[in-house]
Design a protein around this ligand. Sequence first.
Ligand SMILES: *Cc1c(COP(=O)(O)O)cnc(C)c1O
Length: 494
Amino acid sequence: MVLSRTIGSDSDASLHSTFASRYVRTSLPRFKMPDDSIPKEAAFQIINDELMLDGNPRLNLASFVTTWMEPECDKLIMAAINKNYVDMDEYPVTTELQNRCVNMIANLFNAPLGDTETAVGVGTVGSSEAIMLAGLAFKRKWQNKMKALGKPYDKPNIVTGANVQVCWEKFARYFEVELKEVKLSEGYYVMDPEKAVEMVDENTICVAAILGSTLNGEFEDVKRLNDLLVEKNAQTGWDTPIHVDAASGGFIAPFIYPELEWDFRLPLVKSINVSGHKYGLVYAGIGWVIWRSKEDLPDELIFHINYLGADQPTFTLNFSKGSSQIIAQYYQLIRLGFEGYKNIMENCQENAIVLKEGLEKTGRFNIVSKDNGVPLVAFSLKDHSQHNEFEISDMLRRFGWIVPAYTMPPDAQHITVLRVVIREDFSRTLAERLVIDIVKVLEELDTMPAKVTAKNEISEEKGIVNKTELEVQRKFSDAWRKFVANKKKTNGVC
Ligand SMILES: *Cc1c(COP(=O)(O)O)cnc(C)c1O
């Protein structure tokens, strides 16, 4: 199934390559497998040429996902590119490396492990798979409990902030759990623990808190949530647990906020996910989910496969996958150690501050991200009367920068922000350069007429002559907001 629509006209049904004409003269059909083979050089050239038009990953400031690793690690990745992770019997060392990673991360998150106990967790493709697995464990545990009590178990729900990443909506829809979202309000862009706990009922399988809201990087107050929920559980006799979605913050908080209690130090936190490919500093394709203890992962969800003679417990959604990312994660953990991760995270935070201060100096932006949280800078224009953030985003593209603009979730959706994620490879020089380019864009926008009319707006407004420009502007941004809100579920900020 192809869900993506290809760009370009439908009549453009074939591909050409200038250089490949050295090897082939005929064009290739676009959507049908060609009848004949072509030389390997031609195939390489055609694909390589076309890919030049993709953005440069290092300038992609939209994403948390790692775009640079050391050449030594690239070597290890390429050497393992032909290893299927699921062949655990054949590649026992790879399996052992995954287990070491799980234990290292569980210890980093303060899992209450005895000296001889090993951690419970798995490597996944990313936080999304990790969240599906964690959600399934909560759902099954809750169902088992309700069954034992002789109560209905067909209406599970999960409580989150409206700022959750799209994968929670996916979990809810795919696995038939109602998502109860705590609404956001202006100036407060994360889940309010009080409101969340009010929404908890007997059918709540867990409350999911986010360590590092995707929108503005802010950490949710997991400790407060834990304390309020402990109280509510004591009053009601329920035992509603907490999951922490630490996709981006899981590799930040332990290093720069060691005192912050957000992890297994809090008794109701039963599972945590983290993306190895975000601040775990590995290329796309690795995430982790860790459970507090064996009791928090119902045994019936674990498959015991007898793979070529060995019993191998597994809990994943897919079967085959590459091994490289696991090896790369292990590389980073031992290569950097606590000290290395700490240095990198501190450096990211300092670069975020350089960028933030540069933007503040222009006097044109409100900063909506916090200094403590995931190192990113989210900012919006103070004055929307002439131009908006989407225009800035578009114009920055010309300098090569990829900076997304998007609206906040319901109840705060009249706020549009630009967001720059600071990764390890975003240097101070780049931060300063970006500020210079943003200033250039602002100066250029100042000389351009305001972009106020959309086609349908003109026809709708026909006959009304005395509408002020501001009113039209407002109507237009309302329409735009609605349009974006309807698209919210698919905008896939990652
Ligand atoms: C990125 C992100 C996810 C999804 O993670 P993937 O690793 O991309 O699957 C989920 N939740 C939060 C808070 C995120 O930032």
